[in-house]
Design a protein around this ligand. Sequence first.
Ligand code: NAI
Ligand code: CS2
Length: 490
Amino acid sequence: MPVFHNLYSRSQLKPKIVHIGFGAFHRAHQALFADELAQISQSDWGYCEISLLGGDKLIENLRQQNHIFTVVEKGVNGPSIKTVGSVCESLHLKLDGHEKIIEKIAAPETCIVSITITEKGYGIDLHSERLDTNNPFIKIDLDNFNKPKSAIGCIVQGLKRRMERNLTPISVMSCDNMPENGRKTQNAIVDFAQIVDPQLALWIQDHIAFPSTMVDRIVPALSEEAQAEIDSLVGEHEPCGIICEPFRQWVIEDNFAAGRPEWEKVGVELVNDVLPYEEMKLRMLNGSHSFLAYLGYLAGYEHISDCMQDSEFKQAAYNLMMAEQAPTLSIGQQVDLQAYAQSLIERYSNPNIKHRTWQIAMDGSQKLPQRMLESVSWHITHQSEYPYLALAIAAWIKYVGGVDEKGQRIDVRDPKAEELYNRFHSCNNEVARVRTLLDIPAIFGSELPAEYQFVDAVTQAYQRVELIGAKRAVSELIKATQNSERPQRF
Ligand code: NAI
Ligand code: CS2
């Protein structure tokens, strides 16, 4: 059990933030910020953790450790060990049932419900940006609203009780990697409420705040090797520990209905408009991450840091950021994007962070729009070229076909995995295969697949990947673009 030796008394904390999604990221990010704030102030902002799907063993272990856990930050010069004490309570759907979870959201002392449940957890159609009522989790909850199992269903039920009991309105804050994550969360919740109780939908719209956030810290899923390393650093088995990089960033829209922690005291940026930061991070960081994930996986690189050992992959990631993502961003006046790209390459190169390309490749159907397709649309409007984005989309197509370059099966994890596989294997030629994968409105919308040049660019890139493999396709693209006016140095 980790020994708590931080500077504050944990009894000062109240579970004023209810967090849904006690995964790797939350532990190394929001929970750590709250801990550091309590160390330097009289902050009483503690967490009640809620997990709805999987992770019941983790919650049991957390309870056995009095909700204290370890975060290990690993830079290039070795680890720094932090003990986090900001969590006061925990609930799990399987262990505690839905009623306790709903009551926690409705509790008078709850001020903020925050969320990290992955992009797919919201049940939003990425193109209409509204609730997808055919999403299996949402459908079940709409049919049985009194016993919700999804995050959206639980929050709506909790807010309903707050309205009925005339309690203070609260804030619901997404910390997932989606642009305008506040507005999307609001859409999902209001659309759900509109179906079950239109009066509640109006109350939510009028009273609940949905601040948007930009969140950043690379926190790989825990491997057996990482677990052994944590245990050895802590001196005993620490099943709730997690390893992450030293860098972290959190930009929050300062829009709260029932107060908020003084996060600015621990380096959080509170701003009026988060969208420019979200777009910068999602396109520069997550866009290049997905590029490296699909091409790197196909080229046989297990980790992002392995990709960085290949000078051409490193150059390609930088070229993608500077030539095809940076020009699409409105934040370029305020932020030195070249320095930002450079810092991302340094973070990816950290040999002590083992971030699997396979992990990042997961859920591509939920990630491509904000990471790549918005940029493609920008280039089409501005009549500029986007060969790195086209190559990344082509590599995604090859990847979701489920067979790698050596003929081995790929374990494709995606809510649309079956549909993607079936579409891929229903075609016996490359042109038709690209066409049928781009013709998925929930991913590509209706405008992009109608752009002849887009379809052609992806088809040609896909044919190159099939013919010469991912590694050579990257190498040839570097050569083909090195004499253009694109920045070549990092
Ligand atoms: P994780 O797999 O460790 O945790 C995911 C959590 O989401 C789990 O608690 C799981 O129960 C919950 N969840 C998944 N699907 C759900 C659903 N349909 N309904 C309700 N809960 C669901 O993943 P991790 O690393 O914590 O990442 C989660 C999200 O955090 C990412 O998808 C991303 O949006 C955001 N994030 C992650 C970063 C990272 O480096 N790991 C960095 C920045 C943001
Ligand atoms: C990654 C992100 O898994 C992924 O898709 O691109 O989780 C990435 O590590 C974080 O956004 C970094 O902040």
